[in-house]
Design a protein around this ligand. Sequence first.
Ligand SMILES: Cc1cc2nc3c(=O)[nH]c(=O)nc-3n(C[C@H](O)[C@H](O)[C@H](O)COP(=O)(O)OP(=O)(O)OC[C@H]3O[C@@H](n4cnc5c(N)ncnc54)[C@H](O)[C@@H]3O)c2cc1C
Ligand code: FES
Length: 286
Amino acid sequence: MSTNPVEFAAAAPDPMVPRPYRVERVRQETSDTFTMELESEGGPRDLPFAPGQFNMLYAFGVGEVPISISGDPARRSVLIHTTREVGMVTRAMRKLKTGDSLGVRGPFGVGWPVKEARGADVVIVAGGIGLAPLRPALCQVLAARNYYGKVALLYGTRTPADILFRRELQQWHSRFDLEVHVTVDRAMGNWRGNVGVVTSLIRRALFDPDSTVAMVCGPEVMMRFTVQELETRGVSAENIYISMERNMKCAVGFCGHCQYGPTFICKDGPVFSYDRLRRLFAIREI
Ligand SMILES: Cc1cc2nc3c(=O)[nH]c(=O)nc-3n(C[C@H](O)[C@H](O)[C@H](O)COP(=O)(O)OP(=O)(O)OC[C@H]3O[C@@H](n4cnc5c(N)ncnc54)[C@H](O)[C@@H]3O)c2cc1C
Ligand code: FES
């Protein structure tokens, strides 16, 4: 057996051992957010994942962080992540260029109930970087569009400059079978669109609350108000799904870093139905 750690990692499918990936492309989405395409270095070419799952990305010599997969699940030869630079590891990741290496463990976690939502209306509510983990779910819904009722994407950011996936948003906007609303907290420049928090879009979206699955991702405060508004419109708690974030180390349920009451965000989530989390979610300190 090889004693070279990189060769060893490539040979052993151990969830605790990062596998080497090569950066194929980096695209700056906004001033602090970038999308990176990765390909396996000598590992499997087929990289299946479920929408909402995440990988542990290891910037060699700096550290490892959980980042959701933001690519289209139909493109199985490339791993795509959209990351906001907030600290040491994400800053080191931003400095990587085409051809550089990154360690990857995963995919981990339970994702969005895309298949289970077949037959229902689907409402996707995203705040800021929260659109990244929801993008694979929307891609999968649109790839099987006939199986769903009405589909709506409601997206809010702080300013127009913070909007992610601009070109794709325009394409989605032009579809007749998808309702798209974008809003910003503060209008700037030549913005002529909606102004206000993302929850204000829920009232106007077309969906049947009795037969709707809602998928929500964004800052916790945004998710609290979104859930409230969805419930006010009549969507039941078991049909509202939210994606939680907590500090992670192992990502496989061993270390306890991501414990949230009786659950581990890494292996029981990050996506949960709201009825499962309602009691804990009401306690802000957890
Ligand atoms: C399941 C899961 C999926 C995630 N998916 C994504 C993703 O798709 N894209 C993405 O950009 N991030 C995502 N995150 C958050 C990401 O893991 C953190 O931003 C990252 O760990 C920060 O590491 P760092 O070393 O760069 O910063 P740190 O040094 O750890 O933090 C620097 C500063 O940023 C603050 N900070 C840390 N995390 C966040 C955050 N999430 N939002 C705002 N401030 C923060 C810290 O409190 C600190 O003040 C996800 C987290 C989880 C648990
Ligand atoms: S990160 Fe270790 S238990 Fe979840």
